[in-house]
Write a protein that binds this ligand. Sequence first.
Ligand code: ADE
Length: 265
Amino acid sequence: MAPLGDGSDAAEEAIAGQLVNRPISTVVIVIAMQTEALPLVEKFQLVEDSESPFPKGVPWVRYYGTYKELSINLIWPGKDPSLGVDSVGTISASLVTYASICALQPDLIINAGTCGGFKAKGASISDVFVASEVAFHDRRIPIPVFDLYGVGLRQTFPTPNLLKEINLKAGKLSTGDSLDMSPQDEASIIANDATVKDMEGAAVAYVADLMKVPAIFVKAVTDIVDGEKPTAEEFLQNLATVTATLGLSVTQIIDFISGKCLSEL
Ligand code: ADE
């Protein structure tokens, strides 16, 4: 979850466990929306787990299979049991990340999905970003130290070779539980120096850090937050094409990861 050698728990754990020097074997991909997940299920020829490792009755879905010698687990939090829509946001993302780590012991977590981008920071529709760091923008606790806890800034696992090899942008990611952006959120996003905003990343990062599993964040831009169009409209308009682009990028990343150690990413 953090740059190697910076003294963080996840990096030290990875080094101590020699995980950095043996090929990555098991990958968990956490994806919030079915539309984002299905192109990858098809590409990697994954099948739905009929004997889910998750508690009985939860909507969480595990698709799994072997692709280029990697054990791939795509985890989708499923549909909200009452409302029937995708279980987006930080609560479901945290729960499935925790349950997936416990059940599957992955070497690496990839949180993939769509995001809003800031054109003032260089984002355009269909750009795919790998997050250099992640933080929250809707957890304001104006008390010393609790303020930092609320922001929850975390460095992501460094992937310098992957960024060199694949044509992806790097930028900071800010996470909150709303698709829109209140003036308070905007101030926090600016303070976080974010180029993209999503609804899951920092939550996945929190759990991955807690459980000492390296994690990377791949986010494709569906809407321009500081643009002219209403966010929800632009998001829905671009969702299908941008998820296809996201699928291609995640495939390139998985192809790159295959046969490599964490230290080679
Ligand atoms: N996912 C796609 N667009 C988003 C936005 N503008 N904010 C949060 N999550 C998003």
